[in-house]
Ligand binder design. Structure first.
Ligand code: C2E
Ligand code: MG
Ligand code: MG
Length: 573
């Protein structure tokens, strides 16, 4: 109760009249509900208004006054950005003046001579309440940085258009800034904010020429809902041009996803699809605009189904672990040295799904840990089963995604795997791709260092495919380097590629890091790699990835031929 009165009293009313008696009467009427200040003419009134900007709730304004009259005050207020939101109630005895004042932006009027006091107070209160309500609506409807609608109101209005104007064929656009995060970091928040404001402003100008609404959904995601036009590119171009003007030395690239009008597709669905299109071209430096199409829709449906079925698929053993052997090619004949565990999804409807279909998807959705922990556990049990069967340990490497490394449970999970099967950390090697270090390299490196201290061996997978270069080897603490298959593919035909492989092998040797070459398919490739002193090869030449039963047969047959690397310390007692 006390609090309510304090808030009420904190509102300020400015009474402007040259007649003292009028000021006094109004003061008495308002003083229980407002803090009241007074002015005798327009000039004093404007000074008082500016001095009390943050508290002023209402101005009661006489029209005929010396020095500066009420009309001039109204005109001034109408053009002043800071003051134009403050409601003005004119005090007048003349009908014609009343009309002029209302047309000049007055919110209401109080006739002179003053009437029943309660009515005057109720009138003032109503104007104040209305005005505060309107301001609140304005504030909650729009994003303060760009003045575009916020997401909630945007959808509210988009739904209204969809429902009540089905004859307007509205397209949905989602616009985003490539690498906005880095731009912000590099140039500061103020630069980022300016960029967002400029984009908002250009969208508003564009919408003045067509029917439509726009929003900043969040961060650097903008949404535009506007009447169908043929030339999507020109919309992107005009906003891009505006951005180019302020980009300075930065190369700022926008991208846009479009969902063209389609009967019976709601605004929410339209924008979900436009956003999918927009995200599909993230990181693609040649395509800046993508229109959602049937192929994307089918792909999306497929991916959604995979995501929804993930947990059930793990429980019902639809995921299977295959093993691909790695051979030591410096022995003659080459010897089975270790293996890589590679996951497969045997799906009841889609058949065998390759990891390329779901690993990147689950990585993006933060779900890969579910698959990977399953694979690690299976691989751990398999290593133990073969150790028990064959009497020695064949090390198996498993793949770790970037998000696995950031997972706070990683160490616990890996130790769980090791302990459950009675293994030592060096039996389960960990493959990480060099791309894990694209950002927050320090954090990644510290996790990897810790894993190495525990005894796990780290293999750098797909070396040469990312941004990193040879100096990554010295930055990242690794035990083995896996040369990506793209290097091996052409070593027979292209001497340049062969030179490259030889060079990498030389440097790796100098640094004391053994190299595994991936993807060797022919005998000649093996020969060239051996001559370049590559240690280990994993490739179809030796074997494709095999189900565990077939891999077991392979171990047995290689054992029978004496073609297995069984280091002394691996022979179990
Ligand atoms: P990766 O880790 O680089 O695995 C090697 C890939 O190369 C495997 O493909 C393997 O079948 C293929 N490959 C090996 N030798 C040859 C060859 O001579 N010729 C050709 N054309 N291909 C060869 P796969 O099994 O389709 O796996 C693809 C990628 O999926 C893997 O690349 C890895 O990044 C990811 N992946 C597979 N299993 C898992 C997993 O359990 N967890 C995670 N996070 N990723 C996995
Ligand atoms: Mg791998
Ligand atoms: Mg690889």
């Amino acid at each position: 109760m006390i609090q309510a009165k304090q808030i009420q009293l904190a509102r300020l009313a400015l009474i402007v009249d040259d007649q003292e008696i009028n000021r006094d009467v109004l003061g008495v009427i308002l003083e229980d509900s407002y803090d009241v200040i007074y002015a005798c003419n327009g000039k004093e009134a404007l000074t008082a208004a500016h001095d009390n900007l943050d508290r002023l709730a209402v101005i009661l304004l006489d029209l005929n006054m010396p020095v500066m009259n009420g009309y001039d005050v109204l005109e001034y207020l109408r053009d002043n950005e800071q003051l134009k939101h403050i409601p003005v109630i004119v005090l007048t005895s003349d009908k014609e003046a009343e009309l002029i004042a209302l047309n000049m932006g007055a919110a209401d009027f109080i006739p002179k001579p003053f009437d029943v006091h309660e009515i005057i107070l109720a009138r003032v209160n109503r104007v104040v309440a209305l005005c505060e309500g309107r301001q609140l609506i304005n504030e909650t409807q729009t994003d303060s940085l760009t003045q575009l609608y916020n997401r909630g109101f945007f959808y509210y209005y988009a739904d209204q258009i969809y429902r009540y104007h089905p004859e307007w064929h509205m397209d949905a656009f989602v616009l985003n800034i490539n690498s906005f995060h880095s731009l912000n970091e590099l140039n500061g928040w103020e630069f980022g904010n300016r960029l967002l404001r400029e984009i908002g402003e250009e969208i508003r100008i564009f919408l003045e020429q067509t029917q439509g609404i726009a929003s900043r959904f969040e961060a650097d995601y903008f949404a535009i809902y506007c009447q169908h036009c043929e030339d999507y590119n020109s919309i992107l171009e005009r906003i891009q041009n505006r951005v180019n003007h302020i980009s300075g030395h930065n190369n700022i690239q926008l991208r846009m996803g479009v969902m063209p009008w389609m009967e019976e597709v709601t605004p929410t669905q339209m924008f979900d699809r436009a956003r999918v299109a927009c995200n599909l071209i993230r990181g693609n430096y040649h395509t800046h605009l993508l229109v959602y199409n049937e192929a994307i829709r089918l792909r999306e449906r497929y991916e959604t189904q995979l995501i929804n079925e993930l947990n059930h698929a793990v429980e019902s053993h639809q995921f299977q672990v295959y093993y691909q052997p790695k051979y030591d090619i410096q022995c003659d004949p080459p010897r089975l040295n270790s293996a890589e565990a590679l996951v497969r999804w045997k799906h009841p409807e889609f058949g065998m799904i390759p990891p390329a279909d779901f690993v990147p998807l689950f990585e993006e959705k933060g779900l890969i840990y579910i698959v990977d922990t399953f694979v690690w556990r299976q691989a751990g049990r398999q290593i133990a089963a073969w150790r028990d069967k064959f009497g020695f340990t064949l090390p198996v490497s498993v793949n770790l995604s970037r998000s696995d490394i950031l997972n706070p449970d990683l160490e616990k999970t890996l130790f769980g795997v090791i302990e459950e099967s009675g293994l030592s950390p060096k039996d389960l090697k960990l493959e990480v791709t060099e791309s894990i270090c694209t950002d927050d390299a320090q954090r990644m490196i510290s996790v990897i260092e810790k894993l190495r201290e525990y005894g796990f061996e780290i293999e750098m997978d797909d070396f040469g495919t990312g941004y990193s270069s040879l100096n990554m080897i010295s930055l990242m603490p690794i035990d083995v380097l896996k040369l990506d298959m793209k290097f091996i593919k052409n070593i027979e035909a292209n001497t340049k590629d062969l030179r490259m492989v030889e060079l990498i092998l030389d440097i790796a040797k100098y640094l004391g890091v053994p190299v595994v070459a991936e993807g060797a398919e022919t005998q000649n490739q093996i020969k060239l790699l051996r001559e370049a002193s590559c240690d280990i090869v994993q490739g179809f030449y030796f074997s494709r990835p095999l189900p565990k039963e077939e891999f077991e047969t392979l171990i047995q047959s290689e054992l029978d031929k004496g073609r297995v690397n069984v280091p002394a310390d691996m022979i179990s007692s």
